[in-house]
Structure formats: structure tokens, C-alpha cells
Design a protein. Structure first.
Length: 107
């Protein structure tokens, strides 16, 4: 399910394969437009190359109902219990950064 890729920043980086990326992209489709847009932008910013730990963090966030996910992204609440982990925190920080950008700058 994963492949290893040697990049300049991290020679031991492990990326998910194309099929795994397509599955997480499909799972990221949400009923709440705000979540859908932010998750789409997050995945597009990865250019089809999602690190395994990013995939794992996103997968855990996708288990949440839409309103809880949006509350986390908009910093109305902080992750608790089993969501307090590095993988979730990293993805959440990126999503929060995307949510703070003006819509015209998000690509």
C-alpha cells in the first residue's frame, strides 16, 4: 500500500501509493461544503504525493462528523483523547492554514 520515495527534505519519507491516495480523496468528499473545499485544497496541494503519516492523520479526522471536523479546522475546539497525536496535529495545522487564506489565494 505504500512506496518509499527519497526526497531532498527527508530521505526516509514514505508516500502512499496512487490507489491509496485515490481512496482517501474519495473519503474526503463531505456533505458540508466548507470541509469539502478545504479537504480538496489540502489534497491538491500534495500533487498526488501524500506522506503515510499525513494519510493516517487525515483518515482519523475523516472519521469525525462534518460539524466536529469544521470546529477543529476553525479552531472552535482542539483535538482531544485519541486525536491528540502528531499525525492529526500536522494535518490539522495545514487545514487551519488553508482556512485562513483568502479564497483567491488557495490553489
Amino acid at each position: 500500500m505504500t512506496t518509499s520515495s527519497k526526497g531532498a527534505a527527508d530521505a526516509d519519507a514514505v508516500f502512499v501509493d496512487e490507489e491509496c491516495f485515490r481512496r482517501i480523496r474519495w473519503r474526503s468528499r463531505r456533505g458540508l461544503l466548507e470541509n469539502d473545499l478545504l479537504l480538496t485544497q489540502f489534497l491538491e496541494s500534495k500533487n498526488g504525493r501524500l506522506l503515510q503519516h499525513e494519510h493516517d492523520g487525515l483518515a482519523r479526522l475523516l472519521e469525525l462528523p462534518d460539524n466536529e471536523l469544521l470546529d477543529l479546522i476553525l479552531e472552535r475546539q482542539e483535538p482531544d483523547h485519541d486525536l491528540k497525536c502528531a499525525e492529526v496535529t500536522q494535518v490539522l495545522q495545514t487545514l487551519r492554514h488553508l482556512s485562513a487564506l483568502p479564497p483567491s489565494t488557495i490553489r
